[in-house]
Design a binder for this molecule. Structure first.
Ligand code: BTN
Length: 324
């Protein structure tokens, strides 16, 4: 894949380069170049290949630029150490891999391409190259008990604040941590801890956001998906990343000082399906019906059922509107 990134960073829109020229530039075979271009297409990069004339980009790739991200971070730039990789399996794993001891709170890993992204409940998280944001932030919360269901809801609120700053229309939060808009899923949050570092209140906040998804990628995902372009966000990926990080740092500080109380009402004001009949599917396939009545003080979903009020915790539950 290294060759693919080298070529993609050199290719331009409207300038054709033949496989022979590219092979010569990088000291590889023509077949290697052809394979690299195939790989790039698989990752969703729009490339045209004209027989005998060569390759060109059909659309400029929106690469991540750390300088632009730091500018968008504004007064939070000092707090941020950011590592941008071409390709990783999962940014949630990478951020722990690059963290030195003592653990640096606020350390960020972002990837141009994430090949084995994880979603909730063991689901894969798919994204291509240049069309999504996949990043993880390491936090060292002062109290172990802060790493809870609520921290994931706090991260969701932070991203909604960021998207509003970027002029997004109609973003909603679907419990526990889906961002939805324009009829589909825009992104999600996956908070993970490491048993050996758990006692320190260390957690990794992993965020995936669809920025500009091709129809092909959208249709390869087993649920309705949407992207930030469809809800009015026109900023480049580096800016979206910087603004999101600024709000995330701010929100985590507020969470540490004021707890989830500070966020409960705000989360609820963005809630999808509030006061609506919903269906919960448990990990074992059991289904529970009720009305979503709100969020508890610890981030649990409050469900009014025929058997009374229940608190539902994250992990093995999904939420669907009831078909009437
Ligand atoms: C979900 O909605 O299921 C959560 C999705 C979280 C995906 C992000 S992408 C960056 C980080 N790295 C991962 O492997 N997962 C999270």
């Amino acid at each position: 894949m290294t060759l693919m990134f080298q070529i993609l960073r050199d290719l331009l829109v409207g300038v054709l380069r033949t496989a022979e020229q590219l092979a010569q530039s990088y000291g590889v075979s023509r077949a290697d170049v052809i394979q690299a271009m195939e790989d790039a297409r698989e990752c969703g990069v729009e490339i045209s290949a004209i027989r005998g004339r060569g390759y060109e980009l059909l659309a400029k790739i929106d690469w991540l630029e750390s300088d632009q991200t730091l500018r968008a971070l504004g007064n939070r730039a000092d707090q941020c150490q950011i590592r941008i990789f071409n390709q990783v399996d999962s940014t949630n794993d990478s951020v722990l891999g690059v963290a030195d001891r003592p653990i640096e709170s606020g350390l960020v890993v972002a990837a141009e391409l994430q090949t084995r992204g994880r979603g909730r409940r063991g689901r894969p998280w798919s994204s291509g190259l240049g069309n999504a944001l996949t990043f993880s932030v390491l936090f060292h919360l002062r109290q172990r008990r802060m790493v809870s269901a609520a921290s994931s809801l706090v991260a969701g609120v932070a991203i909604v604040r960021a998207l509003h700053e970027l002029n997004a229309r109609d973003v909603a939060l679907k419990w526990p941590n889906d961002l939805i808009g324009a009829g589909g899923k825009l992104g999600g949050v996956l908070i993970e801890t490491q048993p050996e570092r758990d006692s320190l209140g260390t957690c990794v906040v992993g965020i995936g956001l669809n920025v500009r998804m091709s129809e092909k990628l959208k249709s390869s995902i087993d649920q309705p998906v949407s992207d930030l372009r469809s809800i009015g966000v026109v900023a480049d990926r580096s800016t979206i990343l910087g603004v999101s990080l600024r709000h995330l740092y701010e929100a985590m500080d507020q969470f540490e000082l004021q707890g989830f109380d500070r966020f409960r009402q705000e989360w609820t004001s963005h809630a999808a399906y509030l006061s609506k009949p919903v269906m919960l599917v448990h990990a074992n396939g059991d289904v529970e019906k009720g009305v979503m009545s709100g969020i508890a003080e610890d981030g649990a979903l409050l469900l009014a059922t025929a058997q009374g009020h229940k608190r539902i915790y994250s992990g093995d539950i999904s939420l669907r509107p009831l078909e009437s």
